[in-house]
Each structure stands twice: as structure tokens, then as C-alpha cells.
Design a protein around this ligand. Structure first.
Ligand code: SF4
Length: 284
């Protein structure tokens, strides 16, 4: 079994004291340890934001890509080598703003990756602008008279798009978060985990106290995660934010439907002896 310390790179996180990123970082390492996955079997793909520095703090293969683009990178990694566990670490701006289309396509395609969204309802790295999950009316540097748009509802979007694993957690609830990350990694298909977290420096509204007052556990409320209609109703009710699994189902993962992937991964194909005659005839 790998030890949690083995996942440390020796580089200390440079996040602000009290940032929710720490809870997600520790939970990810704990989940990988408990699943006993080897370093070389994991690829962590990060987006851009404070969370994106995670690539430097977890000793696995990792890639820090463009803002909003970690999901397609992760999908490519998985298609190339489906023996890998591919985990996307992204932000709310990354996923529900710049990368919203990639998010929906990933859910829709049921790509076999795990997405951890650091949802702090603000752009932290760029010092506190309104993000896609900030509430309507949020006053910030980018919306000095209050934001006009209603917030993106990521859970409802994922359920509407037939997400096969749709969950939410909180960075300060390690027990639940570790369990959900493990469940997401072992789920065959797109596992979406929206992780609520505080930005201690720039979000003075969605604080730890605010989250304590606004979240509840779905399982304690008797929610049945196999019931899609009820999951959607829970997702649409924004008076309180449920945490836990909203909806989980089994359906074909993307790589199972790709003809070239059936039987073997792209890395196992013989790239030396491919007959391109037909393609040349048609396109050149
Ligand atoms: Fe965390 Fe906010 Fe600091 Fe970024 S700016 S490290 S999100 S507390």
C-alpha cells in the first residue's frame, strides 16, 4: 500500500492560510492512498487558478494546461492509455466559465475521468472577480454594481446532460470528500464532484460559517441517488446546498464506444504498420 507521504513532492503549497484548497489536496492524497493506486497509474490534469498549483504538490504524473481546458486534455490521456486513472483538478471559473462546453461534452460523452471542481464562487488567483457560480448581485472588482446573471447550476447541468456520477462535497468535510473521491475514481465514466470551498482572502461572503449554514447531507435527508427526477429537484433547490451523491448510474463510457479502442488502448496499437492508402486517396 502506498503511504500518503509518498504522494508528497516536498514542495509546500503556497495557498493562503485557511484556503479550502488544503482540504481538497489532503483528501485527494488520502483517497489515492486508500485505493492503493500506484503513482505511475495516476495522471492529475490541472486547469488555471490557485487550485492549478496542485500539480506541483502531488507526486503523480501531472499536466497543467490552459484555462478552461483540462477536461479535453484528460479525455485525450484516458483514450491514449485507459489503464490510467485520470483526475482533473479544476476551478469554478475554469469549468463553468471558460470550459463550460468541455464540461458538458465530457459529461455527455461519459468519458472515464474524475473531475474535482474547486468551487469557491470567485476568481481567486486574479484577486477576486465574480465567477460563474457567484450569486446574482455579487459586487466585486469585475461587477462593481452587482452581477446581472444568475449563477450557473453545475449539478443541475450535469444531471440534465445524463451525468453518470454527479456529486457535491465540501473541502472541510474530509470524511465525505475522501469517500466521494474514491467512489468517483472507481466509477466507470465521468465522475463530477463539485467541491465547495472557501477563498479565505477574496471571498468574504461564502465563508466557512456561510457553508456551515447553507449545506446539508443528502443521505441524512433520505435522498435516493438512483432517482434522477428527485436528484434534479434537489439540484434546483438552492435554498440549501446538498452534499453527497445526487445521482449515479451505469452507462457506456466513451472509450467503450470507440471502435479503435475496443480491445486495446491507443498506446497498444501498432503505429508502424498502419495502411493510410484509403485516407490519402480520399483527402490528399
Ligand atoms: Fe485560496 Fe483564495 Fe488564496 Fe487562492 S486567493 S490560495 S483560492 S484563499
Amino acid at each position: 500500500m502506498i503511504k500518503k507521504e509518498c504522494l508528497d513532492t516536498g514542495i509546500k503549497p503556497n495557498w493562503c492560510p485557511g484556503c479550502g484548497n488544503f482540504g481538497i489536496w489532503l483528501a485527494l492524497k488520502q483517497a489515492l492512498t486508500e485505493l492503493d493506486i500506484k503513482h505511475e497509474e495516476v495522471v492529475v490534469v490541472c486547469g488555471i487558478g490557485c487550485h492549478g498549483h496542485m500539480c506541483n504538490f502531488v507526486k503523480t504524473y501531472s499536466f497543467e494546461g490552459l484555462h478552461g481546458r483540462p477536461i479535453p486534455v484528460a479525455e485525450g490521456v484516458k483514450l491514449a492509455n485507459k489503464g490510467l486513472k485520470v483526475i482533473v483538478v479544476a476551478g469554478d471559473g475554469d469549468t463553468y466559465g471558460e470550459g463550460l462546453n468541455h464540461f458538458l461534452m465530457g459529461v455527455r460523452g461519459n468519458h472515464d475521468i474524475t473531475l474535482l471542481v474547486h468551487d469557491n464562487m470567485i476568481y481567486g488567483l486574479t484577486t477576486g472577480q465574480t465567477s460563474p457560480t457567484s450569486e446574482k448581485g455579487r459586487v466585486s472588482k469585475s461587477t462593481p454594481t452587482g452581477s446581472i446573471e444568475v449563477p450557473v447550476n453545475p449539478i443541475a447541468l450535469a444531471i440534465a446532460q445524463e451525468g453518470s456520477f454527479v456529486a457535491r462535497s465540501w473541502s472541510a468535510d474530509p470524511k465525505q470528500l475522501v469517500g466521494l473521491i474514491k467512489a468517483g475514481i472507481t466509477h466507470r465514466g465521468f465522475a463530477h464532484i463539485d467541491v465547495l470551498q472557501n477563498c479565505a482572502t477574496f471571498n468574504k461572503i461564502n465563508t466557512v460559517t456561510w457553508f456551515k449554514e447553507h449545506i446539508y447531507k443528502l443521505d441524512e435527508a433520505g435522498h435516493d441517488p438512483t432517482n434522477r427526477e428527485k436528484a434534479m429537484l434537489k439540484a434546483l433547490d438552492l435554498t440549501k446546498l446538498g452534499t453527497g451523491i445526487f445521482y449515479q448510474d451505469k452507462r457506456e463510457a466513451y472509450d467503450e464506444g470507440v471502435p479503435a479502442e475496443k480491445g486495446k488502448a491507443l498506446i497498444d496499437h501498432d503505429l508502424e504498420n498502419i495502411d493510410l492508402t484509403e485516407s490519402y486517396t480520399q483527402f490528399v
